[in-house]
Design a protein around this ligand. Structure first.
Ligand code: ATP
Ligand code: MG
Ligand code: MG
Length: 551
């Protein structure tokens, strides 16, 4: 039943359309260009874009750039790039709130003329004092009853730069005794002699968010203005603004719960500090959850959509496990990406009875679960690299990989039996010696005996050395994100492991059309877009193959 599975916002929209409140749907994503977008923003982007698509409506990309103190052009570009990457297409609906400064000013004048706004000379501290508390009503400002004429003159003088920052504000005349603090004559405009990144020095007064936002929505003809729960208390003011400014078809605000990830750092000031302290290598460090970081980590737009869909939309606050993101990217890459051979922590394996100069080209399927990805040739020879932990001198019970006397399958190739091993001066195993059985070639139908272990390998003669970066959570999950004593972060010292001597098979060039792969048995990996060079490859582990997460 389709109606049952609709979320509460869709149900509201259905009702609005049925009742004729609106005859179309128009949504928007309105970031302030003051930082990078993160996974939480992706929820808002995909929700708003998805609704516009579902109802055959329009989706607006709007920069909410009405506060010049915090905004930068650099963020405008990164935000656009991230939204495009997520696949939310705003078509020709790109807007900047600062383009409405003239109109906003005129609406403020309109409110003054209606006796609904006044210029107030109280200082910021006094305004706070007069506002009262949750249990006590506020007091009227002594400037509340200025005449329309005087208010128009003073507001014009504010605009013309006659006053310094904080000297005067324009306030809505609503109700100083309202139980909702937001309705106690909120500030609509303030003086700020700060240049704006788009309007330059044209304005020295700027509208406050609670005044600007409903106007932006209304001017653009937005129908459903979807925002997060902390704005629930601001809705009466939103409604007041669009009503008093007399829009014919006012937009309506609907709130939903923010997306939170358990044990994940999202606060801007914490990330800023991690960047400054060089604990992460920028806002796109693969351990972070900015959109740029997730992209660099190898997440796909599809995996993020899947994740956001699984999270659902609700009005109750909850926190989601990062493991669910892992699950989504694994699901997305499973059938789409080729498997490759890569050895992350190599030791050499020598097949003593394999002819010294012989090379065989084995036919290796690119993805056993998806035949359409085809197959490739991998050279096999006498000397191979295998994973260090696929050999043990003294194996524990149930260890089925290589140890002296044991036989395993080399993936796609032959059975090999360990006959001896060599240690280096430090006492570490340096070389494992085996013999192979030519009868046991993979695909040859050999049924004579079975082995319990299969291990992967790369040929020594024809593999590429690469750097591989493995990640764990940036924070210590046992301790939680924040230190209870001083509020600092509980960092996990093992969040990044750099392996510099990995070997990947040399079929890499042909696979360049992909930017991510499954390295058999080791997980999904992507080429690091920042640090990898054609002659010095760097891979990020997106996610290991297994997890404890179950649907
Ligand atoms: P932050 O402080 O984390 O950058 P913000 O609220 O300041 O968040 P804005 O640029 O103002 O970010 O937000 C743009 C849109 O993204 C808003 O509609 C906001 O509600 C939404 N948004 C921000 N964080 C989340 C989140 N964690 N989950 C869902 N939506 C979010
Ligand atoms: Mg923000
Ligand atoms: Mg904000």
């Amino acid at each position: 039943n389709e109606t049952v599975s609709k979320n509460f916002i869709e149900q509201e929209i259905d009702r609005d359309l049925a009742e004729g409140v609106y005859n179309h749907v128009s949504t928007r994503f309105p970031p302030e260009p003051n930082g990078y977008l993160h996974i939480g923003h992706a929820k808002s982007i995909l929700l708003n874009y998805g609704l516009a698509q579902e109802y055959n409506g329009t989706f607006h990309m709007r920069f909410d750039d009405t506060n010049p103190t915090k905004e930068k052009v650099e963020f405008v570009d990164s935000i656009k790039e991230d939204i495009r990457w997520l696949g939310a297409d705003w078509k020709n609906h790109l807007y900047f709130a600062s383009d409405y400064f003239n109109q906003m000013y005129e609406f403020a004048v309109k409110l003054i003329k209606k006796g609904k706004a006044y210029v107030c000379d109280l200082s910021p501290e006094e305004i706070r004092e007069y506002r009262g508390t949750l249990t006590e009503p506020g007091k009227d400002s002594p400037y509340r009853n200025r005449s329309v004429k005087e208010n128009l003159e003073l507001f014009g003088a504010m605009k013309d730069g006659k006053y310094g920052d904080g000297e005067k504000v324009l306030r809505a005349k609503i109700d100083m005794a309202s139980p909702n603090m937001n309705m106690r004559d909120p500030i609509l405009y303030r003086v700020a002699h700060i240049p704006h990144h788009r309007t330059g020095d044209k304005w020295c007064i700027y509208p406050m968010y609670d005044f600007a936002h409903p106007l932006e929505d209304a001017i653009e003809g937005i129908t459903h203005s979807i925002c997060t729960l902390e704005f629930e208390d601001h809705r009466p003011l939103y409604d007041w603004v669009v009503k008093e400014c007399e829009f014919e078809q006012p937009p309506r605000q609907i709130e939903f719960a923010k997306l939170y990830l358990t044990n994940v750092v999202t606060g801007k000031r914490y990330i800023k500090k991690l960047v400054e302290d060089h604990i992460v290598d920028g806002w796109d460090d693969p351990r972070l959850v900015s959109i740029a970081a997730l992209r660099r980590r190898g997440f796909t737009p599809e995996s993020i959509k899947m994740f956001i869909d699984m999270c659902g939309v609700s009005k109750s606050q909850s926190s989601v496990d990062y493991a669910m993101l892992d699950y989504c990217i694994r699901e997305d890459l499973k059938l789409k990406r080729p498997r490759m051979l890569a050895v992350l922590d190599p030791i050499k394996l020598v097949i003593d009875n394999y002819p010294e100069d012989q090379v065989e080209y084995l036919d290796v399927p690119n993805n056993l679960e998806n035949e359409t990805l085809g197959s490739r040739k991998v050279p096999f020879g006498r000397e191979l690299y295998i994973e260090r932990n696929d050999f043990m001198e003294e194996p524990p019970k149930k260890y089925f990989r290589l140890f002296p006397g044991n036989e395993v399958r080399l993936m796609y190739a032959y059975f090999v039996k360990c006959v001896s091993f060599v240690k280096d001066e430090a006492g570490n195993v340096a070389e494992v010696h085996c013999t192979y059985d030519p009868e046991t070639k993979s695909g040859g139908g050999f049924t004579g005996r079975k082995v319990k272990g299969t291990i992967h390998w790369v040929p020594v003669s024809d593999s590429i050395k690469a750097e591989v970066r493995l990640y764990e959570n940036l924070v210590d999950e046992e301790k939680g994100v924040y230190n209870k004593e001083d509020g600092s972060l509980n960092l996990n010292p093992n969040s990044l492991t750099i392996l510099k001597d990995c070997y990947v098979e040399n079929n890499f060039d042909e696979e360049q059309s992909y930017d991510s792969f499954q390295f058999v048995r080791n997980g999904y990996f992507c080429i690091d877009a920042k640090d990898s060079k054609p002659d010095a490859l760097v891979f990020n582990r997106i996610v290991p193959l297994k997890s404890s997460f179950k649907l």
